[in-house]
Write a protein that binds this ligand. Structure first.
Ligand code: GRF
Length: 209
């Protein structure tokens, strides 16, 4: 049966860390500026803050072992994640600090419906510790990108980017903190546009209509 609640876009969140991006999404939902529902939070790390944050907001939270792989989600672990997401009726998968490369199986299960946030202005500085790469490279402007996930690593169509200045006295920690503030604006905004049906994929360009 369809009630008004179930009409909201149903989002499953995957994360390995503190979950501050998921928290920003929750805050936007609770603050009434984002009309989606987080149906579950899944983590490959048993003690991840993201699970505790979800529980505090009565969101079903599960640790799902992703062994034997360390840096990707594949095989039986991938199947486990897909079945959990489907069990909760997730329509969209939000990667929020999920430290694994997702593979074809998940992408096929949620076509053009897997999003990621990356702490750099793509296509620069793909991969891990992107803000550190940016700092070491010496860029003057850094930022974050929300993008659809494709079969590559941090290569999918870009939805939103937000920039921050790099200061002369920045450390890895201060730059990452400044980027994260923008992430917390960018992810809710991307989901707002997605939920409103305003994101249109034209080749590898995402057009906001
Ligand atoms: C963020 O910096 C995000 O860009 C990267 O992982 C980090 C996750 O942080 N993909 P949090 O767990 O949301 O606080």
């Amino acid at each position: 049966m369809v009630n008004s609640k179930s009409k909201k876009l149903r989002i499953g969140v995957l994360g390995s860390g503190s979950g501050s991006n998921m928290q920003a999404i929750i805050d936007a939902i609770e603050g009434g500026t984002l009309d989606v529902q987080i149906v579950c939070a899944l983590s490959d790390q048993p003690g991840a803050g993201i699970l505790q944050r979800a529980q505090r907001h009565n969101i079903p939270a599960h640790y799902l072992d992703a062994a034997p792989f360390k840096t990707k989600l594949e095989g039986s672990a991938e199947a486990l994640y897909i079945s959990k997401l489907k069990e909760y009726g997730a329509e969209v998968v939000v990667l929020a600090g999920f430290m694994r490369i997702v593979k074809e199986g998940l992408l096929r299960a949620f076509p053009d419906r897997v999003l990621n946030i990356h702490p750099a202005l793509l296509p620069a500085f793909k991969g891990v510790n992107a803000w550190e790469q940016a700092l070491e490279y010496g860029v003057k402007v850094a930022g974050c990108s929300v993008h659809f996930v494709d079969a590559g690593t941090d290569t999918g169509p870009i939805i939103i980017q937000r920039t921050v200045p790099v200061m002369d006295d920045d450390t890895s920690a201060t730059l990452h903190a400044r980027i994260q503030q923008e992430e917390h604006v960018a992810y809710p905004e991307a989901l707002r546009l997605l939920a409103a049906g305003k994101l249109v994929l034209k080749g590898r360009r995402v057009v906001i209509e």
